[in-house]
Design a protein around this ligand. Structure first.
Ligand code: F3S
Length: 658
């Protein structure tokens, strides 16, 4: 991490003319033989006060603390009584009152002496204002705001004096509000331009930087005002010394501005300036050791108890990770998860815990898992998912430690009624939707099944041929036929192709799960249709029966049906022939029932056995003719003259005569 920071020093910063003069006078007065004290802090800067004390100029709060020596009047000035008291006490006085302040004191004094009602515009508690008030004979009214101008009654002559460091803008507003109180108004322009110049320069610097540093005593009115003005422009810190600088203030800061109040010594400004410049390397060092929230860092396990593991992450103290944050589901003991010396990745949950840091191994692993899931998603790669729960609308699955969801519609190629049967199974799935921010991870098994099916179907069509016989499994029965799986793809066997016999419903001859041989009648790879025949795979039983009959022979059977063109006769079950009207009688008849009735047993002659058309033509008359012919032949056979012997003719008689 490279940190580069520019530092800008505002114009007109630090000691003003009055302060510089006061400090010089104080230092010049220091003497090893004469006690030298300032009456109150010489300026509003404790560091400078301490430094002067070290140089031999200490401080007293009251003149009564001095019996001899030199008293230094600070730049804020004091009232006339102090000078008188010092003289009475025999003290030497070094007057370090700022000439501007002195001017304001004299203006108040002179206005009061000239009979003007005096108004001092300034901060009531400021020592300078107190001194001006005393120089007015303590008759003046002090105003801090426009609202307070109501205290000023109408008078003949009004004199207005300002605190030297008061806001010029506020002063103008207050004066404007007082203009109607007197006909004779005298205004002493006692505001020091050094203050305005410092403030303008500070604002100009503040507009160019990311952060302002205002250096000066926290008890200094002009420094506090300076800090307020800068705060309105950019983030600002009011400090007294370089020791207060905090590296955290400078993260992401590219430019820093520095200004200082009128009572801020140069050496403090220099110290701050130098330390801010050194902050670059300090920040770089901080950045190296900085432990940021919501980052994954590496730590070494230094101690493990049942409840927690202590991890060294380079922080000031080892951080304890409770077992709930070591593994999921909750382990019996932290020792089941880690051991001393293990290097582990941990997620910085927050920096606000007991030790300032809260860590989680579980979250680090979860984040790593999400990274892995993202990579898998990018690669469009199938993964193994362990089904953990059946919920409304689908299944909850775990993939690489991440919870995913399989919608019911994405589970199989067909509708699944009971999802609970999948719980505990591990199945191959394809990630189809991922939103890490929302932790949404959607999986599909159907996608994989569809891909596999498409490949299988391609292979099946490539291997198909018309009239080919294949082994299949009955998958589904419908009114018009049966869907039969022939190794990964269903073909349809129409009801008319299920059996050589008449079938009212497919369930008459097949059941789901039956394994049958089928003949491929036709197929269409584009439309993904295969037409099958179950009956085509077995020999027609009609032909077997026909083997037992010969044309020209006579058979006996039962009349089963009468039609307009003749009568059907059953030779044997499922084997019928037709006796045409013309074959029912010798004479011309209009209806079959004139000769036969359903149920009659009749003898017929087989005229024709058409194996291709599977038709049998029968004739009742031909059978009768054949019978008559046979009878006649039999009769005629009985009429034949055979050569006879005497014995043949007279055998009986000869026997009786013997
Ligand atoms: Fe004097 Fe002005 Fe400084 S009044 S003390 S020179 S700010």
């Amino acid at each position: 991490m490279v940190i580069k920071m520019n530092v800008i020093l505002a114009q007109n910063l630090g000691f003003c003319y009055g302060v510089k003069r006061a400090i010089k006078l104080a230092r010049d007065s220091a003497s090893p033989s004469v006690r030298t004290c300032t009456l109150g802090p010489i300026i509003h800067n404790p560091q400078m006060v301490a430094k002067l004390a070290a140089e031999g100029v200490s401080m007293v709060d009251d003149l009564s603390e001095m019996q001899e020596g030199t008293v230094i009047i600070r730049s804020h000035g004091v009232g006339p009584q102090v000078y008188e008291a010092a003289a009475a006490a025999g003290l030497e006085v070094v007057d370090a009152t700022c000439p501007h302040v002195k001017k304001a004191q004299m203006a108040a004094h002179d206005l009061a002496a000239e009979g003007y009602d005096v108004v001092i515009v300034g901060e009531k508690c400021h020592p300078e204002v107190k001194s001006i008030l005393e120089w007015s004979g303590s008759t003046a009214i002090v105003l801090e705001s426009v609202e307070e101008t109501s205290q000023v009654k109408a008078c003949g002559k009004l004199g207005i004096v300002a605190q030297t460091t008061f806001s010029g803008e506020k002063f103008r507003l207050i004066v404007a509000a007082l203009l109607d109180r007197a006909n004779d108004i005298k205004i002493a322009r006692t505001i020091c331009t050094a203050t305005d110049q410092r403030q303008e320069a500070a604002l100009a610097a503040a507009r160019q930087v990311d952060k302002m540093l205002v250096i000066g005593g926290k008890n200094s009115a002009n420094t506090t005002r300076l800090a307020q003005l800068c705060t309105e422009v950019c983030p600002t810190e009011h400090i007294e010394t370089a020791a207060e600088l905090q590296p955290a203030w400078f993260f992401g800061i590219k430019t820093v501005g520095i200004t200082a109040g009128a009572s801020t010594p140069d050496w403090i400004i220099e110290e701050v300036y130098k330390k801010v410049q050194d902050m670059e390397s300090l920040l770089q060092e901080e950045a190296r050791t900085e432990i940021r929230e919501h980052e994954i860092i590496t730590g070494v396990v230094v101690l493990v108890t049942r409840e927690e593991a202590f991890v060294d992450i380079g922080y000031k103290a080892e951080v304890a990770i409770p077992r709930a944050e070591l593994a999921y589901p909750l382990p019996e003991s932290a020792k089941d998860v880690v051991k001393t010396g293990d290097e582990i990745k941990v997620f910085v949950v927050s920096r606000g815990g007991e030790n300032g840091i809260v860590l989680s191994k579980v979250k680090a692993e979860r984040m790593a898992a999400w990274d892995e899931i993202s990579a898998i998603f990018e690669r469009h790669q199938p993964v193994s998912a362990r089904i953990t729960e059946a919920v409304k609308g689908g299944l909850v699955a775990e993939v690489c430690g991440v919870r995913g969801f399989i919608p019911a519609s994405q589970l199989e190629l067909h509708f699944v009624k009971d999802l609970s049967v999948y719980v505990g199974q591990t199945i191959e799935v394809m990630p189809i939707e991922l939103d890490v921010r929302k932790q949404r991870f959607v999986l599909s098994r159907r996608t994989l099944l569809e891909t596999a099916r498409a490949k299988q179907q391609e292979e099946i069509f490539a291997s198909l041929a018309v009239d080919q016989i294949r082994r299949g499994t009955v998958k589904r029965l419908v009114d018009y036929g049966a869907f039969i799986d022939i190794g990964g793809m269903d073909g349809l066997a129409h009801i008319s192709d299920l059996s050589w016999q008449r079938v009212k419903h497919p369930s008459d001859v097949l059941q789901v799960g039956d394994e049958v041989d089928v003949v491929v009648k036709s197929f269409d790879p584009e439309a993904k249709r295969i037409s099958l025949s179950v009956k085509g795979a077995v020999r027609d039983p009609w032909l077997d029966k026909a083997e037992h009959y010969r044309e020209g022979s006579c058979v006996t059977g039962k009349i089963t049906k009468l039609t307009d063109f003749g009568a059907f006769m059953e030779l044997e079950p499922q084997f019928e022939g037709l006796i045409h009207l013309g074959e029912l009688a010798d004479k011309r008849i209009a209806k079959a029932e004139e000769v036969v009735h359903v149920g009659d047993q009749v003898k017929v002659k087989i005229l024709q056995l058409d194996r291709k058309a599977k038709r049998i033509a029968l004739s009742l008359t031909k059978a009768q003719e054949d019978a008559e012919t046979a009878e006649y032949k039999e009769y005629m056979a009985g009429q034949e003259v055979k050569p006879a012997t005497l014995g043949d003719e007279l055998g009986d008689i000869l026997q009786k005569l013997q």
